[in-house]
Design a protein around this ligand. Structure first.
Ligand code: PLP
Length: 371
């Protein structure tokens, strides 16, 4: 029997959501490598009609986010599908700090004359509220990548919007366990499934969750036309990874809180950005809005960019790798990435995994002292 999201705790929901549930069916929907189906009155072709595997993932994430979900091939495919809905000449409000892929997509659209973009500081709530009445797409990312700024979502999502406008939140860093943008009034919530939902650095995926049927149909149609469909194995792995999301996140964010506090007192660290620290510029908004402060920390290493690079190569347990939200901790100097040169040169983004927190601290401390 499918369980009811409304009366089930989130960790229990995650364990069984998206199952078929009919007697004799596999407990979990297995990978079904099918492009087409026997014709009748049901699904005919996977790109148009979806597959049971994608639907399993959509049911799970839709339940978490409190809406109806459409799965895509990657986080960027999901984001591009939201932008794809914009009429030519639209105004897009975009945070000054956000994932560089979104900024790149927005810039590409400006160059093609498809839309105009205004970049807004994440914490400039008054400007966001004003833009809600002017922009066709208000795009928020909170906490932001990589500076972890938290937007006043409860205020911004409640601000009046012009008819037909969309307010979208990239909810990847918070996960739907820590923040539910749709419940705050957003029209769209986006996840890079690649990160926390999948959680094992073994897949690419993205998903958009919405509240109304017309948006759902439009996004499905875009997926059909662009072919940005999830992979069969990826959808299966994403559901399997999501089964442990609550456990992983609980452990990782508890460790992140410990590590952020210790990094803040480290002689080789000059600044720590973690929404859970009272010193964080948007800590108040984080405390109000987030059920947990997450497992991503950004910090500045004392010295030059080369010192920060040496920390990345000196760690042994923490992996020197991009991406985030997985079982293993990863670290990266973000200003070293093309398009990210505006960031502080010694800023490292650390995604805390599920390893033992004392082992992580020994590793980070030794790497910092080695520079
Ligand atoms: N949104 C955020 C906040 C991200 O950090 C990323 C990737 O790092 C994406 C979206 C894009 O996701 P994907 O790599 O799955 O396309």
């Amino acid at each position: 029997m499918p369980i009811d999201r409304g009366t089930t705790s989130v960790s229990s929901w995650l364990v069984s959501a998206g199952r078929d549930g009919r007697p004799g069916s596999p407990l979990n929907v297995p990978p079904i490598p099918a492009s087409n189906f026997v014709l009748g009155d049901q699904r005919a072709y996977a790109r148009d009609d979806g597959t049971p595997g994608w639907e399993s993932l959509e049911t799970l994430v839709g339940g978490l986010e409190g809406g109806m979900a459409v799965a895509f091939a990657s986080g960027m495919a999901a984001i591009a599908a939201v932008f794809e809905q914009l009429p030519v000449g639209s105004l897009v409000a975009l945070p000054d700090d956000c994932y560089q892929g979104v900024a790149g997509l927005a810039d590409a659209g400006v160059r093609l004359g498809r839309w105009r973009v205004e970049r807004v500081p994440v914490d400039d709530t008054a400007r966001w509220v004003a833009l809600c009445g002017q922009a066709d797409l208000v795009w928020l990312e909170s906490p932001s990548n990589p500076l972890l700024a938290v937007a006043d979502l409860d205020v911004i999502c409640a601000a009046p919007r012009q008819p037909g406008a969309t307010l979208a939140v990239d909810n990847t860093f918070a996960t739907p366990l820590n923040q539910q943008p749709l419940a705050l009034g957003a029209d769209v919530s986006v996840q890079s499934v690649t990160k926390f939902i999948g959680g094992h650095s073994d897949l690419l995926g993205g998903i958009v969750t919405v509240r109304d049927a017309a948006r759902l149909a439009a996004l499905r149609h875009t997926r059909e036309l662009t072919g940005a469909t999830p992979g069969t194995l990826e959808a299966f792995l994403a559901v399997r990874g999501a089964r442990t999301l609550a456990l992983r996140l609980e452990r990782a964010q508890a460790s992140a809180a410990v590590l952020a506090g210790r990094l803040a007192g480290h002689p080789h660290v000059t600044a720590v950005r973690y929404p859970g620290l009272t010193s964080h510029p948007t800590h108040d908004a984080a405390r109000r809005q987030l059920a947990g402060f997450g497992s991503i920390i950004s910090f500045d290493v004392r010295g030059e960019a080369s010192d920060a690079d040496r920390v990345c190569t000196a760690v042994r347990l923490v992996q020197h790798a991009t991406s985030l939200g997985a079982v293993e901790s990863t670290i990266e100097r973000r200003a070293g990435i093309p398009g990210q040169e505006h960031l502080p040169p010694t800023l490292l983004r650390l995604s805390v995994g599920i390893e033992d927190v004392e082992d992580l601290w020994s590793d980070l401390d030794a790497a910092l002292r080695a520079v």
